[in-house]
Design a protein around this ligand. Structure first.
Ligand code: 3PY
Length: 254
């Protein structure tokens, strides 16, 4: 079922103690505030996962996620972390296909399809990121790029498997640049994503898919973005590192 989700992507920030303090602030604020049905997901570096999963275990509406997994089950992959390991510490989500991983680590759509499979196999929910570069937007190829990412990354799944996926539209030109897609630009793409899902599966599957917006979302622009009819929340970068800013964004759905 379609949900409202505000997910923080801490990226490669925060030492162990700082991460625990930030997470404690977030859960205390979530407990103190009246939060509706929206789910708050914190995607931390691997080093924090086990501890924050324990801190958040009993807190309604709060879940934990990783930012990557390796595509193999286990084995001689020095420095990597598997989906079953992430699951074993109590996480529920994994960000896959973030544009930083596509750009800096050469992650292709076919590799990401393997990561999606292993993630689902271990009962974790992928937050699968898609989005076009500045050049692809300027040359009006963004619909085509997004469709290819979906076709190759997640459309091999059955409808039942696809129902476990959360999508995040993250225009690459809005990541780390301070630029944000306008609510109209974001809505146009979210509506298109739903249309492509309806063509691949059906209208009910499309309607039930949670599609987040990501890319410099912050307390000043979240409300207008989340007011768009096909935007179900956000994947938040920098603003998720400040508990107050993050909570303001969460509270947009109250
Ligand atoms: C950003 O907001 O910069 C992000 O990359 C969110 O994932």
């Amino acid at each position: 079922m379609r949900k409202k989700i505000v997910a923080g992507n801490w990226k490669m920030n925060l030492g162990y103690e700082d991460g625990l303090s930030l997470f404690s602030e977030i859960v205390n604020m979530v407990k103190d505030e009246v939060i509706g049905d929206q789910e708050v997901v914190v995607c931390s570096p691997f080093i924090h996962l086990s501890s924050i999963a324990k801190l958040g275990a009993a807190v309604k509406n709060v879940s934990i996620g990783a930012q990557n997994v390796h595509q193999a089950e286990s084995g001689a992959y020095t420095g990597e972390v598997s989906a079953s390991q992430v699951k074993s510490v109590g996480a529920s989500y994994v960000i896959l296909g973030h544009s930083e991983r596509r750009a800096y680590f050469g992650e292709t759509d076919s590799l990401l399809a393997e990561k999606v499979n292993v993630t689902l196999k271990h009962d974790l929910k992928p937050i699968f990121c898609i989005g076009e570069t500045k050049e692809e937007r300027e040359s009006n190829r963004f619909f085509e790029v997004i469709k290819t990412q979906l076709d190759q990354g997640v459309f091999h799944l059955s409808a039942d498997e696809f129902a476990k996926i959360v999508l995040a539209y993250e225009p690459v030109w809005a990541i780390g640049t301070g630029l944000t897609a306008s609510p109209e630009q974001a809505q146009e793409v979210h509506a298109y994503i739903r249309e492509v899902i309806a063509n691949r599966y059906d209208a009910t599957v499309a309607d039930n898919t949670t599609i987040l917006y990501g890319g410099s979302a912050n307390p000043s622009n979240a409300a207008t973005l989340f007011a768009q009819k096909d935007i179900d929340g956000g994947l938040i970068g920098g603003a998720s590192l400040k508990s107050r800013d993050f909570l303001e964004i969460v509270k947009v759905f109250n």
